[in-house]
Design a protein. Structure first.
Length: 407
């Protein structure tokens, strides 16, 4: 692997510096598919609540790469177990794992035929600048990187580093999202976790002395999901986007020419599914421009939903008690002149911060290397995590509707 002429460093508020020594990684960072991630928010609707949460998928991807880099070079057993090619492969997987994201993060997948993981694979393996950079280094490198992201690389250690339960992806986004939302829910001791990671039988394990840091990490996930990621106002914004996209889809199926002014959305409104070129062209700047054009559309529903998205005129919400309540609300919304299909939507949120897979003895679980040399799954050792795993699943079902409707 060719080295850069001199070490490259980029300042980062979470990791201090991002360090790059391999030319292929530096080239991928500067590739157009990676640079596009500067124009995609990391958090779907949370920047509507936490006004400083304006960070991008680009900065998160660099952060994941940096954690992976530290793991493969600072954890002695990993450094010895992996070849240089495997180290670069897994660092590239950490860097490139999100290049298939559309605008508005996961909210956009409501109208996309393919999930973002599929687009990521298509970009790495298809006709892209990223693919050519990887292929110029090694003809098999694109497939190896895609395999790690898809959790199917033959060396399972690489899969666990990027996509396990205690992986570089989660560790970066918890710390980064907490920082940029101005909250403390996602904080945990990353340094301690890295210092206590070991390898036993091709499993990433944490020494028993580091278990408290892992418990903090699990609780950080729990609190970040309920206080940030699943915030009802963020879900209102993302649901409003979904209703806007659904209205566009319905109009497009009736008459494609009715949306001629927003051709950037057309590939995603058809049943065929958009290709990688269409995804590349649709960053959030293009998407917001398209939504701004829809403010003047002839269709009243589309025009109003676009206005609400741009002006943050979000839907109100209430906790769902039963389906009768929702049906009654739909009737009330219709009586007030709103189309109930686009102006009432339900959303059920649930989240388990850690759930061991009993049938899967690979890297899906978090493993603890006990002082007596045995390896046990985390919930068998930690009373806190055991309680989290066995508590009743918390669910939050909300119904959303225009603020003009008085309950």
């Amino acid at each position: 692997m060719k080295q850069t002429t001199e070490p490259k460093v980029m300042r980062d508020p979470i990791h201090g510096y991002i360090h790059v020594d391999e030319q292929v990684i530096w080239d991928c960072i500067n590739a157009k598919e990676m640079q596009r991630l500067r124009r995609i928010h990391q958090l779907g609707g949370d920047f509507q609540i936490y006004h400083t949460a304006e960070h991008s998928r680009f900065s998160h991807s660099l952060g994941v790469y940096e954690i992976v880099r530290r793991m493969v070079y600072e954890i002695y057993e990993l450094r010895e177990a992996l070849s240089e090619e495997e180290k670069v492969t897994v660092m590239l997987a950490g860097l490139l794992h999100d290049i298939g994201h559309g605008p508005f993060s996961h909210a956009f997948e409501a109208i996309s035929v393919y999930p973002h993981e599929e687009y990521t694979k298509k970009i790495i393996l298809g006709n892209s600048e990223i693919h050519r950079i990887l292929e110029d280094v090694d003809a098999h490198l694109p497939e190896a990187v895609a395999a790690v992201i898809g959790y199917c690389h033959p060396n399972d250690l690489l899969n666990q580093i990027v996509s396990g339960q205690l992986d570089a992806d989660r560790m970066d986004y918890l710390l980064r999202d907490a920082y940029f939302t101005g909250t403390s829910y996602g904080n945990f001791d990353l340094e301690r976790i890295i210092r206590t990671v070991r390898i036993v039988d091709q499993k990433l394990c944490v020494k028993e002395s580091g278990i408290h840091s892992v418990e903090d990490y699990i609780m950080a996930r729990y609190h970040m999901y309920w206080q940030v990621y699943l915030h009802p106002v963020a879900r209102s914004y993302e649901g409003l986007l979904a209703m806007l996209f659904q209205r566009m889809k319905d109009l497009y199926q009736e008459d494609q020419s009715s949306l001629k002014e927003v051709e950037m959305f057309h590939p995603f409104l058809s049943q065929r599914g958009a290709d990688e070129a269409a995804l590349f062209a649709l960053d959030e700047a293009a998407a917001f421009y398209g939504v701004s054009l829809l403010r003047e559309h002839a269709d009243g529903v589309l025009r109003d939903l676009a206005r609400r998205v741009l002006d943050r005129d979000l839907f109100e919400y209430a906790t769902v008690i039963d389906n009768f309540q929702v049906d009654k609300l739909r009737s009330r919304v219709q009586a007030c002149g709103f189309h109930p299909h686009y102006y009432v939507f339900c959303d059920k949120a649930s989240q388990t911060p850690y759930s061991p897979y009993q049938r899967d003895q690979s890297g899906h679980n978090i493993w603890i290397l006990c002082e007596d040399g045995t390896v046990k799954e985390l919930s068998e050792v930690s009373d806190i995590v055991h309680a989290v795993c066995h508590e009743k699943l918390k669910e939050d079902r909300k119904v959303y509707f225009p603020k003009e409707i008085i309950l």
